[in-house]
Design a protein around this ligand. Structure first.
Ligand SMILES: Cc1cc2nc3c(=O)[nH]c(=O)nc-3n(C[C@H](O)[C@H](O)[C@H](O)COP(=O)(O)O)c2cc1C
Ligand SMILES: Nc1ncnc2c1ncn2[C@@H]1O[C@H](COP(=O)(O)OP(=O)(O)OP(=O)(O)O)[C@@H](O)[C@H]1O
Ligand SMILES: [Mg+2]
Length: 519
């Protein structure tokens, strides 16, 4: 079946737009570089499979041939490079070779690492541009555009990314619409394929019941939330204590970090109206409570002006110092809504229209938007993940470790928070920590007498945080065991935490003498 014909005849308008844009990029590249100067980086993965067919269509449209058939095409002249690795899946390897022979690809097999392989190749051949199946959302896409020169330190060539703006859904819509072959692993629950050491089927596609010994998976195209396509890119470790597949991302063991780590967040409100005192911020304190309830520590809260630079400055400072940053306010269609732009600036990327988000907005607000495009659908490019939840009219926006909340009141915040926990609570991003256990300790001792033993406590237990709430309470947070009789507050005579439990101790000065109240 002809690719362009299949797309033209499909009723999928979005796919047509994506197809046309990709073909445009390919044709631009073919106009800029001669056929000897371009190469195609093909590895049998789904994205490079899509790109192969786009390139074939683009090449023949470029040549002015409006019609061709798959069967008859065996002289595709674009040099194709495959970095073959001993840790590749055999299915990927054989698919790559089979497709190369089916479509007459001139395959250059490289068995070294990417960088030195490319160095050698570029010395030997006149290659100036390489087509890649990189898409927004891939870790390597950050900061890339459709035409991106190779990174400093890499041999000089142009990376051409025709499907940079394609979503997971677009990729499968294309493959299924055009009925092209794809690697068999995608029918076994694999949704994104790396090496045999870091890739397992996506647990979200698992359909086995507990009685069957062998796990079964649905095909990759049935993954409903494409943002989770890399959930199968994991380290192979034994299942977690909860009996679920381990949630391990980018080599980091969450189970482990949950046990030993401390998660910190920063909360940023954007709003001149808060700074002028006209409006009292209720979302900040509520968010702090919510984070605290899942065992996270909030290290700072800040209110910044409604301008891009103020937002960018604050986000830049906070994103590297915390596991997660939550930002709200300044989101919407008004000229003063600057949050997305500020976040983009903090990460050094540009704002770009996100069609998926635009579609949600269109369903939600119709065509009530300013200008030709909906400005609200401009999101930081290459770093944005959208999280859909049926309870929410538009997806939640996550830009690396920054979550942009759209809530404008407590009710909306409660709803967004519940959805956020459902969507991310089992992932590394918003790992649910053991919640703090609260204890209240009351005393009628004056500050000066309490100060010294509390300081001693801090010295003895470096991860102990002591604070005072209102006038009456001292707040102590820890995940360690403390015996008060050891620390100079022996008058209280009590052990204030169970071993191994994280707890919050409130020491009150206002209540009865030497009383320990456990909450
Ligand atoms: C043809 C080609 C060109 C690449 N160019 C660059 C580059 O310019 N800069 C860079 O940091 N990585 C470059 N890479 C490496 C990729 O960004 C990425 O590390 C690699 O595809 C591995 O991805 P994975 O870890 O998801 O398997 C290139 C890879 C290929 C195949
Ligand atoms: N071993 C390789 N040889 C040649 N090109 C590669 C190789 N690994 C990655 N690439 C290039 O980088 C692109 C992005 O890789 P990525 O793994 O994200 O996508 P994919 O392999 O096509 O699909 P999937 O996400 O399902 O694994 C590929 O489409 C291909 O162009
Ligand atoms: Mg891959």
């Amino acid at each position: 079946m002809e690719i362009d014909k299949a797309i033209r005849e499909s009723g999928d308008q979005r796919l047509k737009t994506k197809f046309n844009n990709a073909i445009y990029v390919i044709q631009r590249a073919l106009a800029l570089y001669s056929i000897e100067e371009v190469a195609f980086s093909f590895n049998g993965g789904k994205d490079s499979t899509v790109l192969l067919h786009l390139l074939r269509a683009g090449y023949f449209l470029h040549k002015g041939e409006q019609s061709y058939s798959n069967g008859g095409l065996t002289n595709f002249p674009v040099r194709t490079i495959y970095f073959e690795s001993s840790s590749a899946f055999t299915e990927i390897n054989s698919f790559t070779y089979d497709i190369a022979s089916l479509y007459g690809l001139q395959l250059d097999i490289i068995r070294t690492d990417f960088k030195s392989g490319l160095e050698a190749l570029l010395k030997a051949k006149p290659i100036r541009a390489i087509f890649l199946g990189v898409r927004i959302g891939d870790p390597t896409a950050v900061g890339q555009e459709q035409f991106s020169p190779s990174s400093p330190g890499w041999p000089p060539f142009m990376r051409v990314n025709p499907i940079l703006d394609w979503s997971y859904r677009d990729v499968w819509a294309f493959i299924l619409t055009c009925k092209v072959q794809y690697c068999s692993l995608y029918d076994q629950g694999y949704t994104s394929i790396g090496s045999i050491h870091d890739t397992v089927p996506n647990a979200l596609l698992c359909i086995s019941d507990s009685s069957s010994s062998k796990e079964k998976f649905k095909p990759a195209y049935l993954l409903s939330d494409g943002r989770l396509e890399r959930a199968g890119r994991v380290k192979k470790i034994s299942p977690s204590v909860h009996g679920r597949s381990p949630t391990v991302a980018n080599g980091m063991d969450i189970v482990d970090s949950q046990k030993h780590g401390m998660r910190t967040a920063s909360v940023i409100a954007v709003g001149d109206e808060i700074l002028s005192g006209t409006v009292e911020d209720q979302l900040g304190p509520s968010l702090c409570k919510k984070l605290h309830s899942i065992g996270w520590s909030v290290t700072q809260t800040a209110v910044v002006q409604n301008d891009v630079d103020s937002v960018a400055e604050e986000v830049e400072r906070r994103k590297s110092a915390n596991n997660m940053v939550f930002i709200y306010g300044g989101v919407g269609p008004l000229h003063s809504d600057v949050t997305s732009a500020g976040v983009a600036k903090a990460f050094g990327v540009r704002l770009a229209p996100d069609e998926e988000f635009e579609e949600y907005l269109r369903n939600f607000i119709g065509d009530h938007c300013t200008g030709d495009r909906n400005e609200m659908a401009q999101l930081p490019e290459g770093i944005t993940e959208l999280f859909h939840h049926e309870q929410l009219p538009v997806p939640l926006i996550k830009c690396q470790n920054v979550i942009i909340l759209a809530a404008t009141n407590i009710t909306e915040l409660d709803k967004e928070w519940t959805c956020l926990l459902e969507l991310l609570g089992s992932s590394d991003s918003l790992a649910l920590m053991e919640p703090f256990t609260s204890k209240i300790l009351t005393t009628n001792l004056p500050d000066v007498e309490v100060a010294q033993p509390l300081s001693k406590l801090c010295l003895e237990f470096p991860d102990l945080h002591i604070g005072k709430i209102f006038l009456d309470f001292w707040v102590v947070q820890s995940n360690i065991f403390i015996s008060l009789s050891n620390c100079g507050l022996c008058k209280f005579k009590g052990v204030i935490a169970n071993q191994g439990k994280r707890f919050l101790l409130l020491v009150s000065k206002a209540r009865a003498k030497h009383e320990l109240i456990l909450q």
